[in-house]
Design a protein around this ligand. Sequence first.
Ligand SMILES: Cc1cc2nc3c(=O)[nH]c(=O)nc-3n(C[C@H](O)[C@H](O)[C@H](O)COP(=O)(O)O)c2cc1C
Length: 287
Amino acid sequence: METSLTIDPRKCIRCGKCIRVCPVQLFSQPNPEESAAVRHPENCISCGHCVAVCRVSAILHPDYPASRVHSINRAKLPAPEDVMLLIQSRRSNRAFTDEPVPKKSLDLILEAAHRAPTASNLQQVEFTLVTDPAILRQISEISIGLFSAMARKLNNFLLKPFLKPFMPAVYKNLPRLRRLQKEFKAGQDPILRHATALLLIHTPAENRSGCQDSNLAYQNGSLMAESLGISQFYTGFLAIALQQDKKRKICKLLGIRGTVHAGMALAVPEFLFPNYIDRKEIQVRRF
Ligand SMILES: Cc1cc2nc3c(=O)[nH]c(=O)nc-3n(C[C@H](O)[C@H](O)[C@H](O)COP(=O)(O)O)c2cc1C
């Protein structure tokens, strides 16, 4: 990406930090007595590291005018034990109320998700937030329909003998698909569990790191949700439905053109968990 980035030599204190932090070797400083110089502006990925590290505002980056640069008060950062407590407390609490998630909370969850890193700083992650109960219902309904079609195909007497040996895991999950259909018929919502909001995280189809970028965004958002006392769970069944959705019914319903990589069901919880529990023993290989 070509950028009109410049360095103000009158402000530059020649500390060399912009050179150290730039991931794409944009700057050089052959002579320590002189200010850093922009050598390869075509390499810029607009990550803004140079702007963020410069304590004298010597870097003039068109994407980061002063209004988009904020000082960090590190004394206000949560202590490691506070961060760990937030991580330990985050659970997929599915005991939802039908109270809408406050807009302020949804905005903070979106903002936290949007702040996640992206490969090559592409920042192509997009969000679709659904709070309309009729559309939420439609999404669950379409998903259940897709699961029914999938079950029918897997049980087709002509296909089954050929497919089953190659897809043992899928066939093992067939009873689960039937259970979902049964629950839905009985008025339950096994896909979104009657969540009052759904956040879909997607990228343009051609983004090769879209899945990683979106799931990093998810985790930022889910931690913010926990800190706000809002419940969330990862909509894995919906992800399977989206994979099966060759006609893109769900994407068309929501006007999504790219690929959905993650979904977060959100709701105001009926209650919060007073305890956290331990995970299985950690497996770490160290060299
Ligand atoms: C990829 C993935 C898919 C998931 N799919 C669903 C889902 O469709 N429905 C659901 O209720 N929970 C779903 N979950 C939530 C998990 O069941 C949950 O994270 C796990 O049981 C651990 O619980 P915790 O999130 O409370 O720590 C999913 C989680 C992940 C990571």
